[in-house]
Design a protein around this ligand. Structure first.
Ligand SMILES: Nc1nc2c(ncn2[C@@H]2O[C@H](COP(=O)(O)OP(=O)(O)OP(=O)(O)O)[C@@H](O)[C@H]2O)c(=O)[nH]1
Ligand SMILES: [Mg+2]
Length: 223
């Protein structure tokens, strides 16, 4: 038997994604359900950060996770085993992103009764996911130290659509030429409103700052 539910997402037939996304956000608002879209390059630490964040919040909020990948169920299984919360795996049929209709298919496969927060871990990619509004209330992204502090200059769209930029793997800062202040400045150039939160998902350092931001967001959304 599969350890987690695996959902094969069908390619979207809708052409107006922005409208589908706005409709989905409207429905989520009326249900009091908050959806966070988490994006990053492959391996920057999305799943590790989610495990730490969920373990800080799971006594305060009812949380579910949708893990989107081209194949495998490793991330959904990791989340379920490390946190005990509801976690499903979405297969994108080779696509490098989810749009609003594909996100809806994922949500329809979850048991969201009484759920406060659903987190979508998008496909690891710094380009395509930024081009499609998933219908999430907010977008967050992770930039990890080994990727370099210049990424906001090279991948402007991703940084401009995100409300939060988590800088992960601060433990390896001494081994890389990563200037946090420069990075903050580059993020500001793309998106002056974005909140930058340095963390080390491996040890959990700084994750409480992101968890507090998220808790506040969910509480405000439900009012
Ligand atoms: N040194 C260090 N390693 C980390 C940290 N966070 C995550 N890692 C490691 O980075 C690797 C990738 O982490 P994941 O959490 O799987 O990254 P991801 O973004 O979910 O990866 P994909 O889903 O494949 O895109 C793993 O080996 C983690 O243990 C950190 O803060 N410091
Ligand atoms: Mg992952």
């Amino acid at each position: 038997m599969e350890k987690v539910k695996i959902v094969e997402i069908k390619k979207s037939i809708f052409e107006n994604n922005d409208k589908q996304a706005d409709n989905l956000r409207g429905e989520l608002k009326s249900r009091g359900l908050y959806l966070l879209n988490l994006m990053s390059s492959p391996g920057s630490g999305k799943t590790t950060t989610l495990i730490q964040t969920i373990n800080l919040l799971k006594d305060k909020l009812r949380i579910a996770v949708m893990e989107a990948d081209i194949d495998s169920d490793v991330d959904a299984v990791k989340i379920k085993e490390a946190t005990g919360i509801q976690s499903i795996q979405l297969h994108t049929g080779g696509m490098c992103h989810l749009d609003a209709e594909m996100t809806r298919q994922g949500l329809d496969s979850l048991d969201t009764d009484g759920t406060d927060l659903v987190i979508l871990e998008n496909v690891g990619n710094l380009v395509c996911p930024a081009e499609f509004d998933t219908g999430a209330v907010r977008n967050a992204m992770i930039l990890s130290v080994p990727e370099g502090d210049d990424k906001p200059l090279k991948y402007p769209l991703m940084f401009s659509v995100c409300d939060v930029v988590i800088v992960n793997k601060t433990d390896v800062m001494p081994y890389f030429d990563f200037d946090l202040e420069k990075c903050r400045e580059y993020v500001r150039m793309r998106n002056p409103k974005a909140v930058v939160i340095p963390i080390c998902a491996r040890t959990g350092e700084g994750v409480d700052v992101f968890a507090s931001w998220l808790l506040n967001e969910v509480r405000n959304w439900k009012q």
